[in-house]
Write a protein that binds this ligand. Structure first.
Ligand SMILES: NC(=O)c1ccc[n+]([C@@H]2O[C@H](COP(=O)([O-])OP(=O)(O)OC[C@H]3O[C@@H](n4cnc5c(N)ncnc54)[C@H](OP(=O)(O)O)[C@@H]3O)[C@@H](O)[C@H]2O)c1
Length: 326
């Protein structure tokens, strides 16, 4: 798989990133990591590397820390692996009862960012994170505090580059105004069924009920500033990919049928076509896939081997939104 150089960095990352949310045994509180979990993580990493996917996306909260931990166990056992891969993690979401009695909340305080990164690095068995993303906007954030945390993490070598997730254009601009270095990424939900990034470009000035709040200028800002766009849940968690389409509403069924049609012509699976739809966008969106199954990583990776035509792209878009172009 082709790699791209991330603007403002010396990182070369694969066009598709492997998301680690499925590692570590799920979201339950008291699950213990077993050798099975470790094998799953190891096979997942191998399957990604096999496809030349070197870009791994995780977060301190995935599987309540166990996703990073199990990934770290594999790293600890395989010297040399760390240098072959790019690790991106996230902080800023805090669980209820952390500490006891506290509500679930967002926390971009200097203290939390610094502590969260230390804990992530320990779990991951690594000295450094390539990219740290702020996971979900904290309403109570202060640009100065975040800037101090980033400066300290950069100085100590614990984090090389910084980015955000789930932020709109103005949040990015606000944060950037405090930082000496450019933000390198924004990770957002983008897919056939979450197509606000595309919808905003066509439904403006149309008095359209589809006009997606919050997406104004996000793509253009990122493209102008060299902020890499990453798509989370790029396959809509498999909604359009199943065998049985009968339960899908009409427009979704049409989109799923088109995915099948385009897949058949190319001899690939439907997940590859759904990813190709994102990859076709000239902003060079990096889909972050969520499966941990080696065979699905292999089928998804085929998405980089072909390009959808403009006609196919718009046909899928139209079917998924359930409305013709204005
Ligand atoms: N920044 C954020 O706020 C945020 C939020 C959510 C996720 N993320 C990141 O994005 C990554 C991907 O998110 P996601 O897991 O929601 O993405 P996704 O790739 O859209 O969904 C993964 C789900 O789809 C299923 N799936 C994949 N291929 C399939 C196929 N061919 N047929 C049927 N089902 C299929 C998988 O099942 P199997 O597991 O059975 O293969 C899995 O349950 C995460 O790992 C995480 O790194 C970030």
């Amino acid at each position: 798989m082709e790699k791209i150089k991330l603007a403002h960095t010396d990182l070369e990352v694969s066009r598709i990133s492997a998301g680690c949310m499925g590692l570590g045994g799920g979201w339950e509180m008291n699950t213990q990591l077993t050798s099975e979990h470790e094998k799953q993580a190891s096979d997942f990493i191998d399957a990604a590397l096999q496809e030349n996917i070197n870009f791994f996306d995780t977060a301190n909260i995935y599987a309540r820390g166990r996703s990073e931990e199990v990934f770290g166990r594999v790293l600890a056992k395989r010297p040399g692996l760390r240098e072959q891969i790019v690790i991106q993690s996230k902080c800023g979401i805090r669980w209820q009862d952390d500490p006891a009695g506290a509500p679930q909340r967002f926390d971009f305080s200097e203290r939390h960012i610094l502590d969260a990164v230390d804990a992530s690095l320990k779990r991951l068995h690594t000295e450094y994170m390539d990219i740290l993303l702020l996971h979900r906007p904290d309403v109570l954030w202060e640009g100065e505090e975040i800037a101090r945390a980033f400066e300290s993490l950069k100085k100590s070598g614990k984090v090389r580059y910084f980015g955000v997730s789930n932020q709109n254009r103005f949040q990015m601009e606000y944060l950037q105004s405090f930082l000496p270095d450019p933000l390198v990424a924004n990770q957002l939900q983008m897919s056939l069924l979450h197509s606000g990034f595309a919808e905003v470009g066509i439904s403006f000035n149309q008095n359209s009920p589809h006009y997606p709040d919050g997406w104004e200028g996000v793509l253009e800002y990122c493209r102008l500033k060299g902020v890499s766009l990453q798509a989370w849940s790029p396959l809509d968690r498999g909604v359009l990919l199943g065998e049985d389409l009968s339960k899908l509403p009409e427009n979704r069924r049409k989109a799923a049928e088109l995915l099948r049609q385009y897949a058949r012509v190319r001899g690939v699976s439907t997940d590859a076509v759904a990813l190709a739809w994102l990859l076709r966008h000239p902003a060079r969106i990096v889909p972050v896939i969520g499966t941990a199954k080696p065979e699905r990583i292999a089928s998804a990776a085929k998405a980089v081997k072909f390009e959808l035509s403009r006609e196919e792209w718009y046909s899928l878009f139209e079917a998924a939104r359930g409305l013709s172009m204005p």
